[in-house]
Design a protein around this ligand. Sequence first.
Ligand code: SF4
Length: 413
Amino acid sequence: MNNLFNLEKFYKVILPTKSKKLPNKLSPSTYLKIKNCPRQWSYENSEFINFQNKKYPPQVFLQSLIGNSIHKTIEDLIHIMKNLQCNRVNDENWNKVKKNIKSIKELFKKKSQEEILKSLNNPRNRRTKDDYEIYLEDNIQNILFKIKKLIAKIYLDNTEINSKKTSKSLDFELVKANLSEFEISSNKLNFFGYVDFFKINEKDVEIYDFKTGVEKDNDEEQILLYSLIWKFDEIHNPSSRNATKLTLIYNDKNKEISPPDDEDIETRTEKLITDVSELKNVFNANPIEAKPSLDNCKWCNVKQLCDSYWNYIDQNKLDLSNLESNTISSNIEINALHKEDDKWAGKVSFSDIFTKEKSIIIENRGEHSLNRDILNNSKEIRILNFNYYFDNEENTKNNKIVLNKFTEIFKLN
Ligand code: SF4
């Protein structure tokens, strides 16, 4: 556990001390995130006085922790393979790689430990070190299978240039290289990005993007943006060569995306430059534009700070009659909060289940002491991730919500 975790002030709804403005140079992921919801990006990246002027801590999701660990394992593995002249899994030098890393399991363990440590230092984390380790131990075979499948898709060329992450020393035109986490950058576009795996020779320019999660709509747009940045990377690609192969690597498949030709590049470049200049205006507004939607808000780390979200859920009630199970996890804003015996009661301000002003009973099954303290000391709160158990027949007549280990309560008043 960390210091911030014990501070009640962390769980107060506070807006940024200093709002983050649009950066001078954007990465594809930042650009796509801002386009989805500018307010989310701004709140997630602004400075907050309660966190020593640092960024707002994100929610901790097990799947992202594993995805990040897999990504870092593969990045290291490619670098080690290249150093040991191993061009692919099981070639004549693969044994040298195995000797160096002991096993993929060991390498993954090292990377996942770093990610676990990061999570344990996050005030929003609710799992113990043991929770993480038990989960990883139970799922290690699946995870290793995933890593082996991803790495088996890599074929490295023999080349002198082999680098991991941002080599400032690579300040010349690239003709033959294998690079993992390679930084490309374009002053013309004002964009930069890190390519998971980049391969270039006299004939081809190949860009690979590893995807450890499910396929998303933006994946294709992201790799196309990498190809544009590469095209106008003044340092590494002064000859302005086009990418010839763009590959999204998923667990279960590779997806080839047609690289843009010169005409397509011109159209995309113009659109990108116009889009970015319009985004500058979005950041001049106060408050910054919010784009609430089911998809945008579901995994948003800062919904507790976003008034638009609470209005949105209130106007878009869930249809419980269509659900197969009789339990659902949701979020709610409550006013007139007070204690009643061993429970708490209040009235609904905003909810996607209950109507406004409905009386609500709160049961704290999570027995989380911080949640109990906030409930005891607040009149108005926002609750993320409570459980609601309902009877399909009775529907929402039942007015009890149940807090669990992962419930977060944010104090408004
Ligand atoms: S809750 Fe939704 S609308 Fe609000 S900042 Fe997050 S993504 Fe945007």
